[in-house]
Write a protein that binds this ligand. Structure first.
Ligand code: ZN
Length: 253
């Protein structure tokens, strides 16, 4: 997951916004590259690469390439007035957007939906938005060694959040909808579930060694960080690791 806060503050974003205001109908794709630059070619939620290198089988058993699209964070189905609000745009991968989130937008408690961008702050959405939320306040990472020998990196609710509080429920619902945790316990043969496990395994492979070096303050850390800097594929999860916001779970016995 990628911290995208501050995205809308840059001069380049502000000039894209000026250009956007002149488009009719509104062209939200104007912002796509700015989001992609920020996430370094990954989905900001599941961190799947969206550069065309990741494939999965779709329901027709055909090979589908995972791509990135600009989504209406608040779906136009419930928020028709938000169609042309740049603050309502969020880059997502095709799985997070079209297969998992779809037009879901749960709210905390029984709330009336906002009718204007001016009153969204009174709403308590149960879905994370990495442009507006502090993702490390909501989540922690778990490097999990499974008893069956598989290893995955899961997203979990931050341990400091009080059960049933708004942020706790928001973290919980986000993990559930985007299938970022507890995926390994599922018996589903759904392709996205398999793909998610695939993604979570890949994240473990990419990041475990460096996380362990951070945890142990190992002498190899400098070399690993140097090597990481030269990688093409950077992870938003690295920020969690640098902040030691993770745990390593090894099965007992
Ligand atoms: Zn995604």
């Amino acid at each position: 997951m990628r911290d995208m806060r501050g995205l809308r503050d840059s001069d380049v974003y502000k000039s894209a916004l000026e250009h956007f205001k002149d488009t009719n109908p509104c062209q939200h794709n104007i912002f796509k590259n700015l989001h992609i630059e920020r996430t370094e070619n990954r989905c900001p939620i599941c961190e799947c690469l969206i550069d065309g290198s990741v494939h999965r089988k779709n329901i027709k058993n055909k090979d589908a390439v995972i791509t990135g699209t600009i989504d209406h964070f608040r779906p136009t189905e419930y928020y028709p007035n938000f169609k042309c609000e740049d603050k309502n745009y969020l880059l997502l991968c095709s799985d997070c957007n079209n297969v998992l989130k779809k037009s879901l937008f749960p709210l905390y408690g029984s709330q009336t939906r906002a009718t204007s961008i001016l009153n969204v702050n009174s709403e308590k959405p149960l879905l994370v938005n990495p442009i507006d939320d502090d993702i490390e306040e909501l989540f922690t990472l778990l490097f999990i060694f499974r008893p069956d020998g598989s290893k995955i990196l899961e997203v979990a609710i931050h341990p400091t959040l009080a059960e049933e509080s708004y942020l706790y429920e928001k973290a919980k619902k986000s993990i559930e909808i985007f299938k970022l945790g507890e995926c390994h316990t599922s018996n589903s043969t759904d392709n996205v579930q398999i793909c998610r496990i695939g993604i979570l395994r890949k994240h473990f492979e990419d990041l475990y060694e460096i996380a362990l070096a951070f945890k142990n303050n190992s002498s190899e850390l400098r070399v690993l960080l140097q090597e990481y800097k030269t990688r093409n594929n950077k992870h938003g999860f690295m920020k969690f690791i640098k902040n030691k916001n993770f745990k390593i779970i090894i099965p007992q016995g």
